[in-house]
Design a protein around this ligand. Structure first.
Ligand code: ATP
Length: 593
């Protein structure tokens, strides 16, 4: 992406506030015209005083001159103060508003993306966050550069150049010759820095990801005493970042120095040239200062333009990353339009193959029929592909080949939001949002009444515990224990009351009593619904109406508990091992006692 393309992408965000751009530009233009006054006044003063001194005029004439200069300069400064306030305020308002729109645009976009986008290799939360934050920061700076700074600076430089030529052709020529040299150096600087800047962005993203990962894993790090190891990993990353930063700065400073030298060289040329012209009686002494100030009026905006160009190149790198996120068209979740009156809840999985974006082939030729009014259990060792089946049934991912039908219609034809309105999902590690217990349960049905909330909490056997907390339903949900949080997630599903329920080890972090209670609740709500449960708990598996035993991404056996057990395969293996691990004989003896 180059600066022109970036400017085009940025325009839609600035368009709603074009009046702010126009107001700021007008003020800047008036400001730059006012800035030219200094050079004129200086020449007028020096020449006027020299004249008075030469003519031995009375002091009164000098006062008149000084009064005039004072009035003009003060009036100009008052005007300047007003202009600067307007310029800064409108400019800042524009930046703040555009930054607000950019931040909202990226959130709205990202929320439409498929799950695969978030599990993609380069999109870990820390990296995405840095790319978004830095992107917005850079783009906001670019708004200032593109829409406010460039035009007046350019106009200022051209006007000053014109005045220089008007003052003296040769002096103007010196000013004109310096500009391309300046441009050439800046261009070299941009080329030299672009590679470093790109890798700097990568280092920064990895660094943020590293910090987030330390915070997330702090208990594990501490329990293994791996603080030094983690610190070393970060130090290595930081060192690469630091090397890169130092190199970038060094190069920038060398080029900045070169540009300064060229500018000063211009000043020296102007002094020599004007002094020559004064000595040759072509000009008054006031012309020396006048020309230097005019040259300064040319070089100052040019210097600013180059600073902006450099800043733009820096911002370009982060803006690229930002627009990659906002324009990830392939990442947008697909939806159909089918919204039936009622969902019966019969799934047919036909010859489905599926690989995750990283290439892991998780499902091979899967065939399943999942009936309504029944509990279907998916059983298998870790990594067998059970959760992946649920991911496909909830349209988080699409099958590679084969198809999935719901009530005879291809899942792809369903309106995705409609489908998810009809699905309740309880996962092993349930997400609790920042907020109160009430807010977390309400997430399942925002318009629910207080009675409905309490009813759902009772069904999830968490109501009594909530009532025992100091702030009851207003307590912070994140401070609950793992098992309590899981029951909040189950309550959230109960309040949603969907016809299809997917349970991925819903009782994994519950105590035995809670597991039994939840099992009873789930048994009670299975009527008239489709329930799929993934579980390693024997009690939940045995009671299922149909069991699919999976291994290495394939369905190995299916049927009722007795049928599947009789097949003497992977299910029997898992079942026997689970029973042995329970030490059933001893348990039975204990219970008998
Ligand atoms: N987001 C992902 N990206 C890439 N590979 C994945 C992803 N999620 C799961 N896998 C891989 O797909 C395979 C099946 O995983 P899945 O989570 O479906 O297994 P599972 O049977 O549910 O296991 P468990 O009982 O441990 O939860 C595994 O090899 C796993 O490494």
């Amino acid at each position: 992406m180059n600066l022109f393309q970036l400017n085009k992408k940025l325009k839609p965000f600035v368009r709603p506030y074009h009046w702010l751009v126009v107001a700021t530009l007008l003020l800047t233009l008036v400001g730059s015209l006012a800035a030219q006054v200094n050079a004129w006044i200086l020449r007028y003063t020096v020449d006027g005083i020299t004249d008075l001194v030469n003519k031995h005029e009375a002091l009164a004439a000098g006062w008149k001159l000084l009064r005039f200069i004072t009035i003009v300069l003060l009036a100009k400064e008052v005007l300047n103060a007003v202009i600067q306030f307007g310029q800064k305020f409108f400019g800042e308002k524009l930046r703040i508003l555009v930054s607000q729109d950019l931040a909202q645009a990226v959130i709205e976009k990202v929320l439409t993306y498929k799950v695969a986008f978030f599990t993609g290799n380069n999109n870990e939360s820390g990296k995405l966050q840095t790319r978004i934050d830095r992107g917005i920061e850079s783009l906001t700076r670019l708004v200032q550069n593109f829409f406010i700074d460039i035009l007046p600076l350019f106009a200022n430089a051209v006007l000053s150049l014109f005045l220089m030529f008007n003052a003296n052709f040769y002096v103007g020529l010196v000013g004109l010759c310096i500009i391309p040299v300046y441009f050439f150096i800046t261009q070299r600087q941009a080329v030299k820095l672009s590679g470093w800047r790109r890798s700097l962005r990568g280092f920064r993203e990895s660094k943020s990801q590293g910090i987030i990962s330390i915070i997330d894993s702090i208990t594990v790090i501490k329990s293994f005493n791996r603080e030094k190891l983690e610190s070393k990993k970060q130090l290595d990353l930081q060192k690469s970042l630091t090397d890169n930063q130092i190199q970038t700065r060094k190069t920038s400073f060398i080029f900045d120095g070169l540009k300064s030298f060229i500018e000063q060289f211009g000043v020296v040329l102007i002094i020599i040239l004007t002094a020559y012209l004064v000595l040759n009686q072509h000009m008054t002494i006031g012309a020396i200062m006048f020309h230097i100030l005019l040259f300064n009026n040319v070089s100052a905006p040019i210097r600013q333009l180059h600073r902006i160009y450099d800043e733009m190149n820096d911002a370009l790198i982060y803006s690229e990353g930002f627009f990659e996120i906002i324009e990830a068209k392939d990442a947008v979740e697909q939806t159909g339009t089918y919204r039936p009156e009622k969902i019966v809840g019969k799934f047919e999985v036909i010859d489905v193959n599926f690989a995750y974006p990283n290439g892991t082939h998780a499902l091979h030729n899967i065939n399943m029929v999942i009936e309504p009014n029944k509990i279907t259990a998916l059983v298998g060792l870790s990594g067998a592909g059970k959760s992946t089946v649920i991911n496909l049934l909830d349209k988080f991912y699409n099958p590679g080949t084969g198809k999935i039908l719901l009530d005879g219609i291809d899942l792809n034809e369903y309106d995705t939001q409609f489908l998810r309105d009809n699905v309740g999902l309880v996962l092993q590690r349930n997400h609790i949002f920042n907020g109160s217990i009430r807010e977390n349960i309400l997430y399942g049905k925002p318009a629910a009444t207080e009675d409905e909330i309490i009813d759902a909490a009772k069904k999830a056997f968490i109501h009594d515990q909530i009532m025992g907390l100091p702030n009851q339903y207003d307590s912070k949900a994140a401070l609950l224990s793992g098992g309590q949080q899981q029951r909040i997630a189950i309550a959230r599903m109960f309040i949603k009351n969907p016809p299809i329920i997917f349970l991925d080890e819903p009782t994994a972090s519950l105590d035995a009593v809670a597991t039994e209670q939840i099992k009873n609740s789930l048994d009670a709500i299975k009527q008239g619904r489709t329930v799929i449960i993934i579980s390693h708990s024997l009690s939940q598996i045995i009671d299922a109406d149909i069991i699919y035993a999976m291994a290495k991404g394939r369905v190995e056996e299916s049927g009722t508990h007795e049928e599947v057990y009789a097949q003497n395969g992977v299910y029997k293996q898992i079942f026997d091992a689970s029973a042995r691990s329970l030490n059933i004989e001893k348990i039975a003896r204990t219970i008998d006692m």
